[in-house]
Write a protein that binds this ligand. Sequence first.
Ligand SMILES: Nc1ncnc2c1ncn2[C@@H]1O[C@H](COP(=O)(O)OP(=O)(O)OP(=O)(O)O)[C@@H](O)[C@H]1O
Ligand SMILES: [Mg+2]
Length: 395
Amino acid sequence: MGLKTFWVKAKLKSDLMRCFRDGKIVKTVKRGDQNVDFFPQIHDVFVDEEKKAVRFVFTLKSGMDPELLTKREWVFRQVFGENIELSGKTKKFTLWVYSKGMPDNVKYVFEDIQPHLEELFMPLVIGYDRRNNLICLDLKEIHHAILTGSTGSGKSSLFRAILVSIMLYKSPQDVQFLLIDMKNSEFGIYRGGAHVKEVLMDQESVLKALQQVEAEMHRRSKLLDSEDVEHVADLEKKLPVIMVVIDEIIALVDNKKIMKILTNLSCLGRSAGVHIIGAMQSGRAKDVGGQFLNNMNCRISGKQSDATNAKVAGFTTAKNISTPGRMVLSLDGVETHVQVPFMDKQRAKKLLQPFKGKVIQDPNSDIQVSQSCMLEEIKEHIINEFTLEGMEEDE
Ligand SMILES: Nc1ncnc2c1ncn2[C@@H]1O[C@H](COP(=O)(O)OP(=O)(O)OP(=O)(O)O)[C@@H](O)[C@H]1O
Ligand SMILES: [Mg+2]
C-alpha cells in the first residue's frame, strides 16, 4: 500500500468513526465509576478506483441492536452523501459509498445483456448495480424468487426483462413458461410464444395447470431417483425447465388448493427443474403463507409505500427508493440496489414476434414443448434488429 492510499484510508476510517459517534452507534459498558464506549469494529476499507466507490466492512459488538444502523442511516448520508448502500443483518455490515448516483433509466439492449447470460443454467436478468455491473442470477442457484413493491414500482417490467432475455437466449426445449396473469394485464404479449405453455387468467384453469405441473414434478423426482442423479440437468434425456411466473400472487391466496400446490412446488421443485417467480404488491406479504415465503430465498423489492410495508416484505433499504425500475435484491441477507433495464410492451412484443411457434407434444411428458425451427436464425435476426435500432438512435 502506497503512502497516499494509507492516508486516504485513514481519513475514510475516521469519517466512518465520526458516523458511529454522531449516530450514537455505540455500546457503553460500566467499568467501576466510569462508562467505557465500544464502537463497531472496522475490518476493511477498500477503494475501488475504477468504479469510483469505497467499501467499508464492519461488525457490531455483541449486544448492540442492529436496528440502530437502519434507524440512524441518516448519519451516514450526512457524512458520505446520498449515494450510499448499507447492507447486513445481525452483526457484519457492508457500507458502499459511491461518487455518483445511479441512472434513473437504462434501456434494455440485448447485445449488452447477452454476454452475461453465458454459462448460466437459467439466467434471470435483474439489473445494473451502482458499479454498473449487470446482475444476472441463476435459477439453478436461487431456485425461486419473489418480487414485491407498490403499484408502479416496476414489477411487471422486471418480469419483461427476465422473460424476454430467456426467450431470446434459451430454446423452447430448454424452458417452458406457465404464465399466471391474475390482473389480465401483463402476459398477453407472450401468448402463442414458442416458450409459453399457457397464459392463465382464472383460478380454475390455474388450478388445473398447476396440478399438471405438480404431477410432472413427481414424475421427474422418480426419474431422478431411478437414474440416481441430483438434478434434471444431469438426466440423460433433456427435459425443459418449467417456470411458473405469477403476476399478483395475492389474487390466489384465498384458494387453498392452489396455494398448497405452489407451496409443494416451492419445497420440492428445484431438483425437478420446476421454479416459481411471483410478484405481489406488498403489505399483505404475510397472507401468502410462511412456508411458501420462506422458500422464496431470493427477494426483490421495488419502492414500498412506507417503512412498515418494506419491513413486512423483509427489506431494510426499500423505503428509500422512489424511482420506477429501481429494485433492491436481497440474497443471503445482503441488499443490493439495481436499476432494471427497461423496454416497453410494444418493443417486447416486436422482439418476440419471430418466436410465435407451433406447439408439439413430447410423448414422454405431460409438458408440451414448442417446435423451434431455425432458432439460431431467429436469434441472428433479433441481434441484427437491435443493432439497426441502436444505429438509428445514434444518428
Ligand atoms: N426499469 C424501469 N425503468 C424505467 N421506468 C420504468 C421501469 N420499470 C417501470 N417503469 C415505469 O413505471 C411504470 C409502471 O411499471 P410496472 O407496470 O412494471 O409497475 P408494477 O409494479 O407492475 O405496477 P402494478 O403493481 O400496478 O402492476 C412503467 O409503465 C414505466 O413507465
Ligand atoms: Mg404489474
